[in-house]
Write a protein that binds this ligand. Structure first.
Ligand code: SME
Length: 178
């Protein structure tokens, strides 16, 4: 269980260099791993990941999951940040593209991405990471947006892919244990 939430200062310099990012991801990944260990519920896992990630990084502005609720449709899940769009079809936006292609997409400038969905015009760059279940079916995407351009790079990709992999095998239906 995480002893406390790592809190980044979001009022000063937002950008982090690769070394600082890697160190922070190391700490937060350990917190997430400890929190999710032995926890079977998918929704509780997603909510915990969003909370711990969103608070830990100064350049994170919007952090959340979109769940795959039908063949080619995403619906917002646990998130932190400003009001998000609810429904995103596979045909639209960075989230739709990541879901369609089944791979992580890093966008340095959202205004240059065809079909980008501007839920909040403050967003300048983003990363979207696919989430797979134990049978390798796409069940969600993790979307992180930043107000600074080109905020995300290979360090984010590598760590976020490892973090969402911790959700594999969790139950999508409520787990009730006596
Ligand atoms: N940026 C996303 C839309 C979701 S929100 O920004 C919260 C996209 O274009 O897929």
């Amino acid at each position: 269980m995480a002893e406390h939430t790592l809190l980044a200062d979001k009022t000063g310099e937002l950008r982090m260099d690769a070394a600082a990012k890697a160190e922070r991801y190391g700490m937060v990944t350990e917190q997430i791993r400890a929190t999710l260990e032995g926890e079977r519920d998918l929704l509780a896992g997603m909510a915990s990941i969003v909370c711990l990630l969103h608070n830990a990084f100064p350049y994170y502005f919007w952090t959340g999951f979109y769940r795959r609720v039908s063949e080619r449709m995403l619906l917002v899940g646990p998130y932190q940040g400003t009001m998000g769009c609810l429904w995103i079809p596979f045909e639209r936006g960075v989230c739709g593209a990541a879901a369609r292609e089944g791979k992580t997409i890093v966008v340095d400038d959202v205004n240059a991405f065809p079909g980008h969905i501007a839920c909040d015009s403050a967003t300048a760059s983003e990363i979207v990471v696919p989430v797979w279940d134990a049978a390798d079916r796409l069940i969600a995407v993790l979307d992180v947006d930043s107000t600074i351009p080109a905020a995300f790079d290979e360090v984010d990709r590598e760590h976020l892919e490892a973090i969402v992999a911790l959700l594999r095998g969790k139950d999508a239906l409520p787990v009730v244990t006596a």
